[in-house]
Structure formats: structure tokens, C-alpha cells
Design a protein. Structure first.
Length: 359
């Protein structure tokens, strides 16, 4: 079987050495040495400040909403977000008591269309939660303008955008906060894990308290918090994966370019803006019709090649996320999209030969 993705497994010897250290210190969690080291190394590698490691990418979103004062309020609150994403972007809002309000995506970049945001703003809107989907950059300048005009916070779900630069600097610096997921299947991972990159230091400091139950000293519990801490075993995995990140990135880029060069030109690929240094984390492709998409996915599976209908369905059709207007562009792209296998060591030649036979 060729899976659609495969967790990157770094050097076992190196991981063992980190685990030896954890045993010697007998320190497993609560901002241990390895969590501190990974924080510093990620800030340096990504070129960001105010990075907070957390237990997973969904809690990263939830803590970001809380720290920025979007959730945890008594009055009704709404946030405008994209229907073309993994469910956690929207369900994390709902979980935090914030109503996700969907607006449609751009048909070429598949990110939130900034021109449609303003129409959806109500007196209850407090935030915009765009997604750099598949690591592509949202129209950050246009989104900033709308946010400033209406005094809204911007939290980017940047789960796919690890290491992506835009106009020469990290895409993660955009917005009031950007969140990352370090789930096993992501480009950079810690098994489970995530991070928040805050624009302002005071928001980071607030979030640091929140992820540890709101406890600030041996006898002080300052405010409502939760447990969202990353532990030392997660950080050990992260340090090992980070050491080998260049090889991992290169391997994915090779797979990505092979697909791009070999697939027929009538298939739609994601359009990227100028000045984007992409991370080649995903290879999504849009087929001509839903029938063709489903058939190809089934036939590839019979040939031992697994693809994913990412992201399907368009989230406005998910009942528990609330009554929503139909989002025609997202619905259309979602119905015809497949992500092809991409990971270090993927047998691209085999996948391509099977797709070409089927087409
Ligand atoms: C993976 C992912 C998440 C959730 O991250 P977890 O670490 O699995 O909790 C959220 N948003 C997007 C867009 C994702 O791809």
C-alpha cells in the first residue's frame, strides 16, 4: 500500500539519547529542558518570536482565541472563517462558544476570498480565522485591511504552513496569532503537538498561564486555564525531526515537482502568489468532475495507491457547525479534489504511472 502520507521517523539513536536525558532528569513535563530547547530552536529556524509550544494544533487554536479575548465572553460572538479546511478550524471555534461564519474561497488559491469577508461582518463579529490551506499564503494584506477597518482580530490557522516564507519573511508573523499543528502526519511533527506564534509578547504571557490551568505560582491561580502543555517526549521527537528537516523538505519537493511536471495540464493545481517560498507539504489536484474524482480514487485504491478527498465535504454542509449559507466555490473545489501521496520515500513513479493509465 502507498499511503497518502507517512509520519517522518527520525534517527532512532538520536531519539534514544534524548530519552536517556529525560530518564536522568526524571522531568517529563511542565516546561522541561527539551520543551525550552525546542521553543528556541523553532523560533530561530522559523524566524519568529513569541512561540508557545502546546499539546496539539486544535488546542493551539483554542488557546489563541482565548488569549486574544475572542472566546470566553458572555455575549454572542462570531468569527469569519473558511469552509475549505480541516474540521478543527471551525469546530475549535464552536467548542469555544464562538459561532463560525463561513465565507467563500478564491477559486484559484483556495484560501478565503478577502472581498467576501466584509459582507459577513455583524455586530457580533470579533475575529477572522483564515487558513493558509495546503501551505499557500492567504491574501494577508487585504485581510489585514478588513480587520483594521472593523477592529477584528486575525488568527491564521497555519497548520500547513510550517517553514513557508512570504515576501522574504515567515508567513507565521502575519495576524495577531498564527497556529501550527505538529500532528504525526504534518511536515514537521512531535507525534501530537502544536504551537502558537503571537504578534505581541503580552498575549504570549497570557497564553503561557492559560496552558497550565491559570496557575502562576505555588499558591496563586490567577485565571481560568486548561491543560495544553507539550511534554518532554513530544519535544524530544520534535528536536530529532527538526535536525533532519532539510532532507525531509527536499524529498517532498522532489515528489511535488515530479507530479507537477508529469500530470496532464488540464488538471487544476493550486495557484500560488508571487514571492511565496512553498514547503511542498501537500499535492492537491482538482479533477474535471466529482464522478471522475471518486472513480480515480477508487481505482487507485485497487492499485494500492491511497489518496484523500482533502478537504471534503465543504464545512458549510456539516450540520453541527450551524446553519450556513452555501459556499459554491468551496463546494465545487471540495467535490473534485484529491491529495496525492507525498512524503519522504514515496514511490512517485508508481503513483504517476497508475494515474496516467487511469486518465
Ligand atoms: C491538522 C490540522 C489541525 C488540527 O491539528 P491537530 O494537531 O491534529 O489538533 C487544525 N487545522 C488544520 C488546517 C489542520 O490541518
Amino acid at each position: 500500500m502507498i499511503p497518502v502520507t507517512k509520519p517522518y521517523l527520525p534517527s532512532r539513536e538520536k531519539l534514544d539519547r534524548y530519552i536517556d536525558g529525560i530518564y536522568e532528569r526524571a522531568w517529563l513535563t511542565n516546561n522541561g529542558e527539551l520543551v525550552q530547547e525546542l521553543t528556541k530552536r523553532l523560533e530561530a529556524y522559523l524566524g519568529v518570536e513569541n512561540l508557545l509550544l502546546v499539546a496539539n494544533g486544535t488546542l493551539a487554536l483554542q488557546i489563541a482565541y482565548r488569549a486574544l479575548g475572542i472566546s470566553g465572553r458572555t455575549e454572542p460572538t462570531e468569527a469569519i472563517t473558511t469552509p475549505f479546511t480541516f474540521v478543527a478550524t471551525a469546530s475549535s471555534l464552536k467548542w469555544e462558544g464562538v459561532e463560525p461564519i463561513f465565507t467563500d474561497i478564491d477559486p484559484d488559491t483556495w484560501c478565503l476570498d478577502p472581498a467576501l469577508i466584509e459582507n459577513a461582518i455583524t455586530p457580533h463579529t470579533r475575529a477572522i480565522v483564515p487558513v493558509h490551506v495546503f501551505g499557500n499564503a492567504c491574501e494577508v494584506e487585504a485581510i489585514d485591511l478588513v480587520a483594521q477597518k472593523h477592529n477584528l482580530k486575525v488568527i491564521y490557522d497555519a497548520s500547513h504552513a510550517f517553514g513557508v516564507n512570504y515576501k522574504g519573511e515567515s508567513l507565521l508573523k502575519r495576524g495577531d496569532a498564527a497556529t501550527l499543528s505538529f500532528h504525526a502526519t504534518k511536515l514537521f511533527h512531535t507525534g501530537e503537538g502544536g504551537a502558537i506564534i503571537f504578534k505581541r509578547k503580552e498575549d504570549l504571557e497570557r497564553a503561557k498561564k492559560m496552558i497550565n490551568f491559570g496557575i502562576t505560582g505555588p499558591e496563586t491561580i490567577e485565571e481560568l486555564g486548561i491543560n495544553a502543555k507539550m511534554n518532554e517526549l513530544q519535544a524530544a521527537m520534535g528536536l530529532c525531526v527538526l535536525d533532519e528537516i532539510e532532507d525531509n523538505l527536499q524529498a517532498r519537493a522532489d515528489v511535488w515537482h515530479r507530479y507537477e511536471q508529469s500530470l496532464p495540464k488540464n488538471l487544476q493545481l493550486q495557484a500560488k502568489p508571487q514571492y511565496l517560498d512553498y514547503n511542498y507539504a501537500y499535492f492537491p489536484v482538482v479533477f474535471e468532475s466529482e464522478e471522475q474524482t471518486v472513480l480515480i480514487a477508487e481505482q487507485l485504491k485497487e492499485q494500492s495507491v491511497l489518496t484523500r478527498r482533502y478537504f471534503y465535504p465543504s464545512l458549510e454542509s456539516v450540520a453541527f457547525l450551524g446553519a450556513q449559507a452555501e459556499q459554491p466555490v468551496s463546494k465545487n473545489i471540495a467535490s473534485r479534489i484529491l491529495c496525492l501521496p507525498i512524503y519522504s520515500g514515496c514511490d512517485t513513479q508508481y503513483v504517476l504511472s497508475k494515474i496516467m493509465e487511469l486518465l
